[in-house]
Design a protein around this ligand. Structure first.
Ligand code: KIV
Ligand code: NA
Length: 279
């Protein structure tokens, strides 16, 4: 499959083909995304919760995001690789945002970065995209990094004022140079309006079917996260219980001395050496 580039994404968007983005956190999940042929892979800071077990995403560091991004990059060939800048990595000022975007490209091997921010971060996006030449995605609506300030994991844009604020955010992100805008947990009608107003693709999660693309958290959609599943997620598989039952079968087989099976999972000496060894 040819390498997906910014131009590929723009072409698919122009043709009205819905873009498929999926999160990945390490080499095997990246390989699964690559084999599936998704257009974009996102190393989401959701990894704080689904891969590292934190209560929320605010704990994960730049170094940890880089570590996971590098692993995902090793399993990604053709898909376009976007990595989240974590909480704290772009909040201080433009210089911090640019320096960490550069680190995510140089050390994390990302092709683009995503920041959970709207119009108030326009200057930071401009500095990353037009200053440093790094493609960027804005993420608005339910922004998990600031869930505490939002009063929890709550749907955004349910009021006219809230919806208008999201429209303003999306337009500002486009003006600042974002090549795509991610819309999380908002009424479908609001996401549809934003998608119609923008001339760059929107990528939705819990934002309805009208967006230019979709993204889901891999661990949620394959049943590998045990704590909760958001309403907007569809379970495409239930791997968690299958993995647990495989480990349970293994444990029983060990206790019963059924595993390893002599001859199948074992190594032998040469016949001559064995004869000698036994005497
Ligand atoms: O961190 C993440 O996985 C994300 C997706 C929910 C879009 O940002
Ligand atoms: Na994220």
């Amino acid at each position: 499959r040819p390498k997906v580039t910014i131009r590929t994404i723009q072409k698919l968007y122009a043709e009205g083909k819905p873009l498929a983005m999926m999160t990945a956190y390490d080499y095997p999940t990246a390989v699964a995304c690559e084999r599936a042929g998704v257009d974009m892979v996102l190393v989401g800071d959701s990894l704080a919760m689904v891969a590292l077990g934190h209560e929320d995403t605010s704990q994960v560091t730049m170094d940890e995001m880089i570590h996971h991004s590098r692993a995902v990059a090793r399993g990604t060939r053709s898909a376009f690789l976007v990595t989240d800048l974590p909480f704290g990595a772009y909040h201080a000022d433009e210089a911090a945002a640019v320096n960490n975007a550069i680190r995510m490209v140089k050390e994390g091997r990302a092709e683009a970065v995503k920041l959970e921010a709207g119009r108030r971060a326009a200057a930071k996006f401009d500095a990353i995209v037009n200053g440093a030449g790094i493609p960027a995605v804005g993420h608005i609506g339910l922004t998990p990094q600031t869930a505490v300030a939002l009063g929890g994991f709550r749907v955004q844009g349910k009021t006219v004022g809230g919806a208008q604020a999201l429209v303003d955010d999306a337009l500002a992100l486009q003006s600042a140079g974002c090549f795509a805008v991610l819309l999380e947990a908002m009424p479908s009608l609001v996401a549809e309006t934003i998608t119609r107003l923008l001339s760059v693709p929107t990528i939705g999660i819990g934002a309805g079917a009208a967006t230019s693309g979709q993204v889901l958290v891999l661990s949620d959609m394959v049943g590998l996260f045990d704590r909760f599943t958001p309403k907007f997620c569809r379970g495409f598989a239930d791997l968690g219980p299958r993995m647990a039952s495989a480990v349970a079968d293994y444990k029983l087989a060990v206790r019963a001395r059924e595993f390893p099976a002599e001859g199948t999972h074992t190594y032998a000496m040469s016949a001559a050496a064995e004869d000698k060894w036994r005497t």
